[in-house]
Write a protein that binds this ligand. Structure first.
Ligand SMILES: Cc1ncc(COP(=O)(O)O)c(C=O)c1O
Length: 339
C-alpha cells in the first residue's frame, strides 16, 4: 500500500530511460529534458470534493515546451532522423491544435529544422504566439471547414500537396506517437506508482497518449480500468455555432466510425467513455488551481472532472486513479476566439 508522499519523482539510471542523456546531469539540448514528469497526489482536491479514491496527476506541462506533446514531437523527429526521411534543415509540417506544433517547433528550433503548422482559426491566440516565438510559420484555417465530416482527410491532402518537399510529421497516423507513450509515459506511471495504479483517465487528441500508456499498463495489470474522457456535444463546433466554448485539442471517439478514427488510436482499450462539458472542465480546473496550486488547460480540467466522477463511486474507495494533465492554463490566458 502507498503512504501519502510515497509517490515521488525518481531519477532513473541513464541506461533505463530512452530519453536519458548518457553525458550525465548537464544536458545537450531540450530533448534531454522531455519526460520523467512527476506524479502528484491531489490530497486537498480529494478532501474538498469528498472523494473515496485517490487521484494522482501526471504533470505533463512540466515538459520543456509545456505539454505532453513534447514526447510525441521528439519521437517523430527522432524517428525521422534515424530513418533518413528527415534531412538536415528540412521543413517539418502538420495539422495541429497547437501542442504538437509547439513541441515540434521548439525541438525543430533546437535541432535546425524549419516548421510550418496549419491550425483551426479558433485555437487560443496564446498558442499561435508561442508557435511564432519558436520561429514556426502558422497558417490558420477557418473553423467552418472542419464541419465537413471528411475535413481532416481533405485538409491533410491539401496540406501535403502544398509542401511536397517537407517532412510531414503525421501525428494522427505516425505510430511513433503511441509508441513513445508505450516506451516512456506508461513505464513512468508504472514505476512511480510502484505498480499500484487501478485506473487510468485520459483525454483523446490523436489518441496517442491513451493508446500507448493504456496498452503498456494493461499488459502489466490486465484488470486496469481505462476511462476515456470526451468533450460533450454542446462543446463541439456546429453549423449553428462554429465557434463554441470548447476544450481545445480533444475529440470524441465513442460515436465515431472506426474507419474515421485516427490511425494511432486503439479503440479496444477503453472500458468506458466519460463525457465532460466545457463548463464542468473549467470548474474542475478552477478547483484544482484553488486546492492544489496547479493551473491546467481545459483538457486537464476535463480529465480531473472525469477522474473525480470515477473517484466518487463507492467501488473505487481507496483505489488509485492516475490522470494526465496535458498542458498548462498559461497558454490559454488570451480571450478565446469566438468567430
Ligand atoms: C490540450 C491537449 N490535451 C490532450 C491531448 C491528447 O493527446 P493525444 O494526442 O496523445 O491524444 C492533446 C493533444 O493534442 C492536447 O492538445
Amino acid at each position: 500500500m502507498f503512504e501519502p508522499g510515497s509517490i515521488s519523482r525518481q531519477t532513473p539510471s541513464p541506461s533505463a530511460h530512452p530519453y536519458a542523456d548518457p553525458a550525465g546531469a548537464i544536458h545537450g539540448d531540450i530533448t534531454a529534458l522531455i519526460g520523467n514528469t512527476p506524479l502528484l497526489e491531489l490530497h486537498r482536491f480529494r478532501r474538498a470534493h469528498d472523494l473515496g479514491a485517490r487521484i494522482v496527476a501526471k504533470v505533463e506541462y512540466l515538459n520543456p515546451a509545456g505539454s505532453i506533446k513534447d514526447r510525441t514531437a521528439w519521437a517523430i523527429i527522432r524517428e525521422g532522423e534515424r530513418s533518413g526521411k528527415l534531412r538536415p534543415g528540412a521543413l517539418i509540417f502538420d495539422l495541429t491544435s497547437g501542442n504538437t506544433g509547439i513541441g515540434l517547433a521548439a525541438i525543430g528550433a533546437a535541432r535546425g529544422y524549419r516548421t510550418r503548422f496549419y491550425t483551426r482559426d479558433c485555437i487560443n491566440p496564446g498558442k499561435i504566439d508561442l508557435l511564432r516565438s519558436y520561429g514556426a510559420e502558422v497558417v490558420q484555417i477557418p473553423n467552418r471547414r472542419f464541419l465537413d465530416p471528411n475535413a481532416r482527410d481533405i485538409l491533410l491532402a491539401e496540406i501535403k500537396a502544398l509542401n511536397p518537399d517537407g517532412f510531414f510529421a503525421d501525428q494522427i497516423g505516425n505510430l511513433a506517437n503511441p509508441r513513445i507513450h508505450y516506451e516512456t509515459t506508461g513505464p513512468e506511471i508504472w514505476r512511480d506508482t510502484g505498480g499500484g495504479i487501478d485506473a487510468l483517465v485520459a483525454t483523446v487528441g490523436t489518441g496517442g497518449t491513451v493508446s500507448g500508456v493504456g496498452r503498456y499498463l494493461r499488459e502489466r495489470n490486465p484488470a486496469l480500468h481505462v476511462a476515456v474522457v470526451e468533450p460533450s456535444l454542446a462543446s463541439l463546433p456546429s453549423e449553428a455555432d462554429p465557434y463554441p466554448d470548447q476544450i481545445e485539442g480533444v475529440h470524441r471517439v465513442s460515436d465515431i466510425p472506426v474507419e474515421a478514427l485516427p490511425g494511432v488510436y486503439d479503440p479496444g482499450l477503453a472500458d468506458e467513455w466519460l463525457e465532460v462539458g466545457t463548463p464542468e472542465a473549467r470548474a474542475a480546473a478552477t478547483s484544482l488551481c484553488r486546492t492544489e496550486g496547479l493551473f491546467v488547460g481545459l483538457s486537464g480540467g476535463a480529465a480531473i472532472a472525469a477522474a473525480a466522477r470515477l473517484a466518487a463511486r463507492p467501488e473505487m474507495a481507496d483505489r488509485l486513479i492516475v490522470t494526465i494533465l496535458a498542458d498548462s492554463g498559461e497558454r490559454y490566458l488570451a480571450p478565446p476566439v469566438t468567430g
